[in-house]
Design a protein around this ligand. Structure first.
Ligand code: 13P
Length: 254
Protein backbone atom coordinates (compact mmCIF):
# COMPACT_ATOMS: atom_id res chain seq x y z
CA UNK A 1 0.00 0.00 0.00
CA UNK A 2 1.36 3.41 -0.86
CA UNK A 3 1.63 6.02 1.87
CA UNK A 4 0.02 9.42 2.20
CA UNK A 5 2.80 11.92 2.71
CA UNK A 6 2.97 15.64 3.47
CA UNK A 7 6.48 17.07 3.18
CA UNK A 8 7.55 20.64 3.94
CA UNK A 9 10.36 22.09 1.83
CA UNK A 10 11.62 25.07 3.79
CA UNK A 11 14.02 26.06 0.99
CA UNK A 12 16.54 28.76 2.03
CA UNK A 13 14.39 30.03 4.87
CA UNK A 14 14.92 30.03 8.63
CA UNK A 15 18.14 30.21 10.62
CA UNK A 16 19.00 27.38 13.00
CA UNK A 17 17.19 29.07 15.88
CA UNK A 18 14.15 29.86 13.75
CA UNK A 19 14.09 26.30 12.42
CA UNK A 20 14.13 24.94 15.96
CA UNK A 21 11.26 27.25 16.93
CA UNK A 22 9.15 26.22 13.90
CA UNK A 23 9.82 22.54 14.56
CA UNK A 24 8.78 22.89 18.18
CA UNK A 25 5.60 24.64 17.06
CA UNK A 26 4.78 21.96 14.45
CA UNK A 27 5.49 19.24 16.97
CA UNK A 28 3.21 20.99 19.45
CA UNK A 29 0.16 21.22 17.16
CA UNK A 30 0.66 17.68 16.01
CA UNK A 31 0.80 16.41 19.59
CA UNK A 32 -2.25 18.40 20.65
CA UNK A 33 -4.51 18.14 17.64
CA UNK A 34 -3.40 15.40 15.27
CA UNK A 35 -6.17 13.02 14.40
CA UNK A 36 -4.68 9.81 13.16
CA UNK A 37 -4.92 9.86 9.39
CA UNK A 38 -2.03 7.70 8.21
CA UNK A 39 -0.14 10.61 6.74
CA UNK A 40 3.62 10.57 7.06
CA UNK A 41 5.06 14.00 7.87
CA UNK A 42 8.49 15.09 6.64
CA UNK A 43 10.19 18.45 7.18
CA UNK A 44 13.17 19.55 5.08
CA UNK A 45 15.04 22.44 6.73
CA UNK A 46 18.41 23.96 5.91
CA UNK A 47 21.29 21.47 6.27
CA UNK A 48 22.50 23.53 9.23
CA UNK A 49 19.43 22.53 11.24
CA UNK A 50 19.17 18.84 10.35
CA UNK A 51 21.16 17.48 13.29
CA UNK A 52 19.37 19.60 15.84
CA UNK A 53 15.89 19.11 14.42
CA UNK A 54 16.34 15.36 14.15
CA UNK A 55 16.70 15.34 17.93
CA UNK A 56 13.76 17.70 18.44
CA UNK A 57 11.37 15.42 16.53
CA UNK A 58 12.42 12.21 18.26
CA UNK A 59 9.37 10.22 19.32
CA UNK A 60 6.95 12.39 17.31
CA UNK A 61 6.94 10.34 14.11
CA UNK A 62 8.02 13.41 12.11
CA UNK A 63 10.82 12.63 9.66
CA UNK A 64 13.60 14.98 8.62
CA UNK A 65 14.87 15.42 5.07
CA UNK A 66 17.51 17.44 3.26
CA UNK A 67 16.91 19.50 0.12
CA UNK A 68 19.89 18.34 -1.93
CA UNK A 69 23.13 16.36 -1.69
CA UNK A 70 26.28 15.58 -3.66
CA UNK A 71 26.66 12.27 -5.50
CA UNK A 72 30.02 11.32 -3.98
CA UNK A 73 30.35 10.08 -0.40
CA UNK A 74 33.31 12.37 0.33
CA UNK A 75 36.13 14.21 -1.42
CA UNK A 76 37.41 17.53 -2.69
CA UNK A 77 34.05 19.15 -3.48
CA UNK A 78 34.21 22.47 -1.67
CA UNK A 79 30.92 23.54 -0.20
CA UNK A 80 29.09 20.27 -0.84
CA UNK A 81 27.41 17.83 1.55
CA UNK A 82 27.17 14.08 0.92
CA UNK A 83 24.24 11.76 1.50
CA UNK A 84 26.31 9.87 4.05
CA UNK A 85 26.78 13.09 6.03
CA UNK A 86 23.06 13.76 5.94
CA UNK A 87 22.30 10.31 7.32
CA UNK A 88 24.89 10.82 10.07
CA UNK A 89 23.12 14.08 10.98
CA UNK A 90 19.77 12.30 11.31
CA UNK A 91 18.11 12.79 7.92
CA UNK A 92 16.01 9.94 6.53
CA UNK A 93 14.90 11.67 3.31
CA UNK A 94 16.37 13.93 0.64
CA UNK A 95 14.75 16.03 -2.09
CA UNK A 96 16.47 15.49 -5.43
CA UNK A 97 15.79 17.41 -8.64
CA UNK A 98 13.74 20.30 -7.32
CA UNK A 99 13.05 22.68 -10.22
CA UNK A 100 15.02 25.40 -8.43
CA UNK A 101 18.07 23.08 -8.50
CA UNK A 102 17.44 22.30 -12.17
CA UNK A 103 16.93 25.97 -13.06
CA UNK A 104 19.50 27.84 -10.94
CA UNK A 105 22.18 25.15 -10.53
CA UNK A 106 21.93 23.51 -13.95
CA UNK A 107 21.12 20.07 -12.58
CA UNK A 108 20.07 17.70 -15.33
CA UNK A 109 18.46 14.26 -15.35
CA UNK A 110 21.81 12.49 -15.67
CA UNK A 111 23.35 14.25 -12.66
CA UNK A 112 20.16 13.74 -10.69
CA UNK A 113 20.27 10.04 -11.43
CA UNK A 114 23.74 9.91 -9.81
CA UNK A 115 22.51 11.85 -6.80
CA UNK A 116 19.63 9.42 -6.40
CA UNK A 117 21.90 6.40 -6.50
CA UNK A 118 24.19 7.94 -3.87
CA UNK A 119 21.24 8.82 -1.65
CA UNK A 120 19.75 5.35 -1.87
CA UNK A 121 23.13 3.75 -1.20
CA UNK A 122 23.45 5.89 1.94
CA UNK A 123 20.06 4.65 3.13
CA UNK A 124 17.95 7.74 2.39
CA UNK A 125 14.49 7.79 0.88
CA UNK A 126 14.43 10.08 -2.15
CA UNK A 127 11.76 12.65 -3.01
CA UNK A 128 12.40 13.04 -6.72
CA UNK A 129 10.86 16.17 -8.28
CA UNK A 130 9.64 16.50 -11.84
CA UNK A 131 7.56 19.14 -13.57
CA UNK A 132 7.30 21.38 -16.59
CA UNK A 133 7.68 25.14 -17.08
CA UNK A 134 4.80 27.34 -18.21
CA UNK A 135 6.26 27.56 -21.70
CA UNK A 136 6.48 23.75 -21.93
CA UNK A 137 2.87 23.41 -20.83
CA UNK A 138 1.63 26.07 -23.20
CA UNK A 139 3.45 24.49 -26.14
CA UNK A 140 2.09 21.07 -25.11
CA UNK A 141 5.61 19.63 -24.84
CA UNK A 142 5.21 18.88 -21.13
CA UNK A 143 4.41 15.20 -21.58
CA UNK A 144 7.77 14.58 -23.25
CA UNK A 145 9.60 16.65 -20.62
CA UNK A 146 8.04 14.73 -17.75
CA UNK A 147 8.63 11.41 -19.48
CA UNK A 148 12.35 12.26 -19.89
CA UNK A 149 12.58 13.41 -16.27
CA UNK A 150 11.15 10.08 -15.14
CA UNK A 151 12.93 7.70 -17.52
CA UNK A 152 16.35 9.41 -17.53
CA UNK A 153 16.12 10.44 -13.90
CA UNK A 154 15.32 6.91 -12.76
CA UNK A 155 17.84 5.26 -15.11
CA UNK A 156 19.74 2.40 -13.52
CA UNK A 157 17.40 2.01 -10.57
CA UNK A 158 15.83 -1.36 -9.83
CA UNK A 159 12.56 -2.41 -8.23
CA UNK A 160 13.95 -2.55 -4.73
CA UNK A 161 15.34 0.99 -5.12
CA UNK A 162 11.81 2.10 -5.91
CA UNK A 163 10.68 1.07 -2.42
CA UNK A 164 12.56 4.13 -1.18
CA UNK A 165 11.46 6.49 -3.93
CA UNK A 166 8.76 9.14 -3.72
CA UNK A 167 7.92 11.21 -6.80
CA UNK A 168 6.80 14.83 -6.53
CA UNK A 169 5.09 16.47 -9.49
CA UNK A 170 5.70 20.19 -9.22
CA UNK A 171 4.70 22.26 -12.25
CA UNK A 172 7.19 25.15 -12.23
CA UNK A 173 4.44 27.65 -13.09
CA UNK A 174 2.61 26.75 -9.87
CA UNK A 175 5.57 27.10 -7.49
CA UNK A 176 5.33 30.15 -5.26
CA UNK A 177 2.92 31.81 -7.68
CA UNK A 178 -0.35 31.15 -5.87
CA UNK A 179 -1.47 29.49 -9.13
CA UNK A 180 -2.22 25.85 -8.32
CA UNK A 181 -2.75 23.20 -10.95
CA UNK A 182 -6.40 22.20 -10.78
CA UNK A 183 -7.05 18.84 -9.16
CA UNK A 184 -7.93 17.42 -12.59
CA UNK A 185 -4.79 18.83 -14.23
CA UNK A 186 -2.61 17.39 -11.47
CA UNK A 187 -4.41 14.02 -11.50
CA UNK A 188 -3.88 13.75 -15.26
CA UNK A 189 -0.11 14.12 -14.86
CA UNK A 190 0.06 11.86 -11.80
CA UNK A 191 -1.74 9.10 -13.73
CA UNK A 192 0.70 9.62 -16.61
CA UNK A 193 3.67 9.26 -14.23
CA UNK A 194 2.20 6.15 -12.64
CA UNK A 195 1.74 4.71 -16.09
CA UNK A 196 5.42 5.37 -16.91
CA UNK A 197 6.39 3.61 -13.67
CA UNK A 198 4.16 0.68 -14.63
CA UNK A 199 5.85 0.35 -18.02
CA UNK A 200 9.30 0.53 -16.50
CA UNK A 201 8.93 -1.34 -13.18
CA UNK A 202 5.60 -3.19 -13.40
CA UNK A 203 2.17 -2.67 -11.86
CA UNK A 204 3.03 -3.61 -8.28
CA UNK A 205 5.78 -0.99 -8.00
CA UNK A 206 3.73 1.63 -9.84
CA UNK A 207 0.87 1.13 -7.38
CA UNK A 208 3.15 1.40 -4.36
CA UNK A 209 5.09 4.57 -5.19
CA UNK A 210 3.64 7.70 -3.56
CA UNK A 211 3.30 10.59 -6.01
CA UNK A 212 3.01 13.99 -4.31
CA UNK A 213 1.77 17.22 -5.83
CA UNK A 214 3.66 20.47 -5.18
CA UNK A 215 2.94 24.06 -6.21
CA UNK A 216 0.94 26.54 -4.13
CA UNK A 217 -0.68 23.87 -1.95
CA UNK A 218 -2.57 25.64 0.84
CA UNK A 219 -5.01 24.55 3.55
CA UNK A 220 -7.94 25.55 1.34
CA UNK A 221 -6.99 23.48 -1.72
CA UNK A 222 -5.20 20.49 -0.16
CA UNK A 223 -8.32 18.41 0.41
CA UNK A 224 -9.48 18.59 -3.18
CA UNK A 225 -6.01 17.76 -4.52
CA UNK A 226 -5.38 14.90 -2.08
CA UNK A 227 -8.78 13.37 -2.85
CA UNK A 228 -7.64 12.53 -6.38
CA UNK A 229 -6.91 8.88 -7.06
CA UNK A 230 -3.22 9.26 -7.94
CA UNK A 231 -2.32 12.16 -5.65
CA UNK A 232 -0.84 10.77 -2.45
CA UNK A 233 0.01 14.00 -0.68
CA UNK A 234 1.96 17.18 -1.15
CA UNK A 235 5.37 18.79 -1.19
CA UNK A 236 4.72 22.14 0.41
CA UNK A 237 6.84 25.30 0.11
CA UNK A 238 5.51 28.60 1.47
CA UNK A 239 2.69 27.11 3.56
CA UNK A 240 5.12 24.75 5.33
CA UNK A 241 6.77 27.76 7.00
CA UNK A 242 3.68 28.35 9.12
CA UNK A 243 2.97 25.60 11.64
CA UNK A 244 -0.81 26.09 11.51
CA UNK A 245 -1.03 26.05 7.70
CA UNK A 246 1.28 23.06 7.42
CA UNK A 247 -0.73 21.19 10.02
CA UNK A 248 -4.04 22.05 8.33
CA UNK A 249 -2.64 20.61 5.09
CA UNK A 250 -1.69 17.40 6.93
CA UNK A 251 -5.22 17.29 8.31
CA UNK A 252 -6.62 17.32 4.78
CA UNK A 253 -6.17 13.55 5.02
CA UNK A 254 -8.27 13.27 8.20
P1 13P B 1 5.08 26.60 -2.90
O1 13P B 1 4.20 25.70 -2.05
O2 13P B 1 5.59 27.79 -2.17
O3 13P B 1 4.42 26.93 -4.20
O4 13P B 1 6.40 25.75 -3.26
C1 13P B 1 6.26 24.46 -3.75
C2 13P B 1 7.60 23.83 -3.75
O5 13P B 1 8.47 24.21 -4.52
C3 13P B 1 7.86 22.74 -2.80
O6 13P B 1 9.04 22.07 -3.09
Amino acid sequence: MRKNIVAGNWKMHKTLTESQALTTEIRGVIRDEFRSNNAEIIICPTNLAIASISKLVEGSGIKVGAQNCHFETQGAFTGEVSATMLVAAGATHVIIGHSERRQYFNENNELLSKKKKASLAAGLTVLYCVGETLQERESDTHWGIIEAQITEGLAGLNSSDMERMIIAYEPVWAIGTGKTASADQAQEVHAFIRNLLDTRFGAAIAENVSILYGGSVKPDNAKELFAMKDIDGGLIGGASLKARDFFDIVQAFA
